[in-house]
Each structure stands twice: as structure tokens, then as C-alpha cells.
Design a protein around this ligand. Structure first.
Ligand SMILES: [Zn+2]
Length: 193
């Protein structure tokens, strides 16, 4: 969809308070959460429901049901077989413009203890509001824990991709609607961003 594809920074093991993400569906979208230490992640799940619960994870007890709520799960459940990456904060604007949307942010992160306490507080109150792919998704949740205000650059990237379709700009709106429908279809089948 025309998004910049510059690579994220070198892989490293996440530290408590890091915003982590991993690709879903071969890179069609990413799922985001906050690593809180002890192999655990707090994340906002997608709103789609699976047909039935999967067997509970032996490590964290999670049944991996997408219910649009905030959950604390083990890092293996979060990654779900994909590759873990770390979302970068405080990147320069030139770097931000080159990188894929939804992988970094020009704003600075709060200290890790504040990030973890924000995520824990949202978890305990289930206080982040109902999941919405465009206005209240897993990236909004993670960025909000990190910075105090919610943004989703992944969504911006999809919209930019439509705007920058050049000669195809006239069909941009329908492309965007199609992309939304595809994403929505996927999210109804299994997990979602
Ligand atoms: Zn688990």
C-alpha cells in the first residue's frame, strides 16, 4: 500500500516497559502490547470472537479468546508464533518518515515504571474503552501507556498508502474501504490488531 519499508532497529530482548509488537497474517497488520517483565505482556485484544476457546495456555492460563478487552498473557501467547519486535520512541522526524508506520514514534516514552503502572491500571479497571479498529486499537493502547496519549500510526500508514496511490488516487477511497473490509474479515476470523 505504498508505506515506507525502512527496517526497525536491531532486534534485542524486550525490557520491562517496552512497547512490543509482532506481525500477523504475514505482515498485513501488527499486534501491539506492553512488556511488563517476567515474560508477561499486557495488551488490548481485538474484538473478534473465535468460534470456541482454545485450550488454556499451560504458562499463563489464557484461553486466547478475542473479546476486545485488556488482558495479561505470557509472551509466547502474545507472539503466537510470529517474530517479536520492539517499537521505537523518540526517533527523529526524518527517520520516522522513512520507517513503516506503526513501528516507531517521534514522541518520547515515559519512564518504564510509569508505563507498566499505566498498563496495569488499565488492566485492573478494564478502563481503555471498547475496542475499535480505527479509534481504539492495540497500538492506541500501547502508545497511550508509553506516552500518556493514544495514537495509532499503523492506521495512518494505511490511510497514507491510499492517499499516495498517485494515478490510482481517484479510486483511493474504494481501495481504503476494500482494505478495511479485508482487515475486518480477518479480524472476525481470528485475531486482530
Ligand atoms: Zn500463555
Amino acid at each position: 500500500m505504498g508505506q515506507p519499508q525502512s527496517k526497525p532497529s536491531k532486534p534485542r530482548f524486550p525490557q520491562p516497559g517496552d512497547h512490543i509488537y509482532c506481525e500477523r497474517k504475514g505482515g498485513l497488520y501488527d499486534h501491539h502490547g506492553i512488556y511488563v517483565g517476567d515474560d508477561m505482556v499486557i495488551h488490548l485484544r481485538g474484538a473478534a470472537k473465535k468460534l470456541g476457546e482454545l485450550p488454556a495456555c499451560h504458562k499463563c492460563g489464557d484461553k486466547r479468546v478475542e473479546n476486545g478487552e485488556i488482558a495479561k498473557v505470557c509472551i509466547d501467547c502474545f507472539i503466537d508464533g510470529d517474530t517479536l519486535q520492539i517499537y521505537d520512541y523518540g526517533v527523529t522526524y526524518p527517520e520516522f518518515s522513512k520507517r513503516k508506520r506503526g513501528t516507531c514514534c517521534p514522541r518520547y516514552s515515559r519512564p518504564p515504571d510509569l508505563v507498566i503502572s499505566a498498563a496495569t491500571d488499565f488492566l485492573e479497571r478494564n478502563g481503555f474503552g471498547p475496542y475499535d479498529m480505527f479509534t481504539n486499537n492495540c497500538e492506541h493502547f500501547a502508545v497511550c501507556c508509553k506516552t500518556g496519549s493514544a495514537d495509532s500510526y499503523q492506521i495512518e500508514g494505511h490511510i497514507e498508502g491510499v492517499i499516495h496511490t498517485g494515478p490510482f488516487a481517484m479510486v483511493g477511497a474504494s481501495v481504503f474501504v476494500a482494505a478495511y473490509s479485508i482487515s475486518k474479515g480477518i479480524s472476525q476470523k481470528s485475531s486482530s490488531w
